[in-house]
Ligand binder design. Structure first.
Ligand code: ZN
Ligand code: ZN
Ligand code: ZN
Length: 249
């Protein structure tokens, strides 16, 4: 938090240094498949901190981008992906729901409605509207609609892994999509309730209902120190942290 002297903001534990929420899914590809070879690195959201995150974690490829929603903390790093256009000599496929794609077109008018003539330094992106499960690199990605306050947004499921950032309620119709999830990343902003994010107690309840073997909380605010919070969470649940790597089926 800018200009905050609280214990978490002043903490020297690197796990208390949190940048904005985003994950990178690297698909272990079947090298014999030309489709699988084409897509192996899928970024979920382009956070305000994308450039710093890509440098810190040495991200060398971004083949596709999935958007959960269009709030500023999840999209404002989009311009930075032009570096991957140059490295990969190709446009990047971007997937989102209709509202998110409309917001991206408006927010980044210079990308999607560029002036005529030579345009240097503008990201090359191809937008696709998510209308159901889709394949990337031979792997099925399942959109999981969740409510972020009043706003319906998307989580994503891949195999036994689900990522539900920015979530205050899971609608009845989405619970079956989470059947069999064994590794879960889910929103838990703070202890106090919040209109658009799960509190810790709400996130614990959702995690128990999903029944994943291991659950990691994300979108954490500075109310929650890493070590102290993890010490009092139930078994199988802990706070995620920047740079956390998970292996999933
Ligand atoms: Zn603070
Ligand atoms: Zn949001
Ligand atoms: Zn957010």
């Amino acid at each position: 938090m800018i200009a905050c002297d609280c214990a978490v903001c002043r903490s020297t534990d690197p796990r208390d240094k949190r940048t904005r929420p985003s994950i990178l899914i690297e698909v272990a590809t079947d090298r014999t498949s030309p489709i699988a070879r084409a897509v192996k690195s899928v970024l979920v959201d382009t956070s305000t901190d994308l450039r710093a995150q890509a440098l810190a974690h040495d991200v060398r490829r971004v083949d596709a981008i999935l958007f959960t929603h269009s709030h500023a903390d999840h999209v404002m790093g989009l311009d930075e992906v032009r570096r991957y256009n140059i490295l990969q000599r190709d446009a990047i496929a971007c997937f989102g729901d209709e509202r998110t794609l409309g917001d991206l077109r408006r927010t980044f008018d210079y990308i999607f409605n560029p002036p005529a003539g030579p345009a240097g330094g503008i990201p090359q992106l191809t937008l696709f509207r998510i209308a159901g499960p889709f394949l990337l690199g031979g792997v099925e990605f399942v959109p999981v609609p969740v409510l972020h306050g009043e706003r319906p947004i998307l989580g994503f499921r891949v195999g036994s892994f689900a990522y539900l950032t920015d979530c205050s309620r899971i609608p009845d119709s989405s619970w079956p999509l989470l059947d069999g999830v064994r590794t879960l990343v889910v929103d838990a902003l703070r202890e106090r309730s919040h209109p658009t994010h799960f509190s810790v107690q709400e996130a614990i309840a959702a995690a128990r209902k999903i029944g994943a073997g291991r659950t990691y909380f994300t979108h954490i605010c500075h109310d929650l120190g890493h070590a102290a919070t993890c010490a009092r969470l139930p078994p199988g649940i802990e706070l995620a942290y920047d740079g956390l790597i998970l292996h999933v089926d």
